[in-house]
Structure formats: C-alpha cells, structure tokens
Design a protein around this ligand. Sequence first.
Ligand SMILES: CC(C)(COP(=O)(O)OP(=O)(O)OC[C@H]1O[C@@H](n2cnc3c(N)ncnc32)[C@H](O)[C@@H]1OP(=O)(O)O)[C@@H](O)C(=O)NCCC(=O)NCCS
Length: 164
Amino acid sequence: MNLRIVALDERLDRSGFACGEEALDRYFRERVSQDVKRRVASCFVALGKTAVAGFYTLACAGIPVVDLPEALARRLPRYPTLPAIRIGRLAVALAFQGQGIGGVLLVDAMRRALRTEVAGFTLVVDAKSERAASFYEHHGFMRLASRPGTLFLPLATAQKALTP
Ligand SMILES: CC(C)(COP(=O)(O)OP(=O)(O)OC[C@H]1O[C@@H](n2cnc3c(N)ncnc32)[C@H](O)[C@@H]1OP(=O)(O)O)[C@@H](O)C(=O)NCCC(=O)NCCS
C-alpha cells in the first residue's frame, strides 16, 4: 500500500476518522491539534491515497527506575526517573486495519525516537485495553511488572531490530 507518514498538518480533514474506539476517534478529531500547539504531543499521520489511514502521538516521559526489571535497571544509572518517549495514542482506521499499518506506525515511531536529539532510552506506552496490550507485546514490547498496562521497548532493542 502507498502510505506516507508525515507530521500532522492541522488543515487535514480528520472529521471522518474512525478506528472503533470512540475515545481515540474523538481525541484525533477534536483535540490532537491543540495538544500539538501546546507542545504536549507530536502527532504523525499515515496518509492513504484519499484518507487518513492511522496516526500516533509521541511525547517525552519518565519511568521510575523501580518499575524496571532489575536486569535492565542494573545497566542504567540509578536516577529516580529515567527518560523515555511515550506513544500516547496510536490507532488505525477501521477500513485499513489488518493490513500491517499498525506495525508500520510502530516502526516509524521507533525510527523517529532513535533520530531525535533528546535522549530517551525506551519507548513506553499505556495500553488502553488488553487487546491493545497484546498488539504491543506482539511487536516486542514488555510489560512493567508493577503496572502491567504499561509496556516498554528499549530503543537499543529497536535499533538492533531495525539495523539490517
Ligand atoms: C490495534 C491496532 C492499532 C492494530 O493495527 P492494525 O493495522 O490493524 O494491525 P496490523 O495489521 O499492523 O497488525 C500487525 C501485527 O500485529 C498483530 N496484531 C494486531 N492486533 C493484535 C492484537 N490485538 N493482539 C496481538 N497481535 C495483534 C497482527 O496479527 C499482525 O501480525 P503479523 O505482523 O505477524 O502479521 C488497530 O486495530 C486499532 O487501531 N485498534 C483500535 C485502537 C486501539 O486499540 N489502539 C491501540 C493503542 S492505544
């Protein structure tokens, strides 16, 4: 499929976006450009030929070091909170689901997180449902033991996976 993933342009017509999760639809239709303007999220949009196929948001975040698995925490400085990059929301429009676009959006998020000049050692996401959590697990994210609805993927792991 011919997809372009670009930073959200607020002139884009988002009114028809539907992914099956009303809260995500409302967020994308009504709130995301405000969040971008206020610098609380960046938003990237997958554009099909005539419609928005999907979107995701990124923002800076922190993970308490005590929430990380001991084996990983041991290799990191003992700061109380370690820098992360959060995928705030991610959704694929119903008409485009099941075609690999969710995976393409995740890879795009990994690449952008690896490219940014602001450090974050991991991607992190708060899954909105068990279904969403298993989607992220399928793509290599791991659950935080203390908060199983929160999943993370170290960017060193992403980098290895993306390096040919
Ligand atoms: C979850 C969602 C983003 C998946 O997007 P998608 O484009 O339909 O998924 P893809 O076609 O990219 O699936 C990629 C892979 O993930 C797998 N997958 C998809 N949903 C899955 C799930 N719920 N559990 C486990 N694996 C899943 C697919 O089998 C596929 O595997 P493969 O690459 O080995 O063939 C999409 O269904 C969606 O937007 N749902 C509503 C909103 C939502 O729940 N967002 C979650 C983040 S908050």
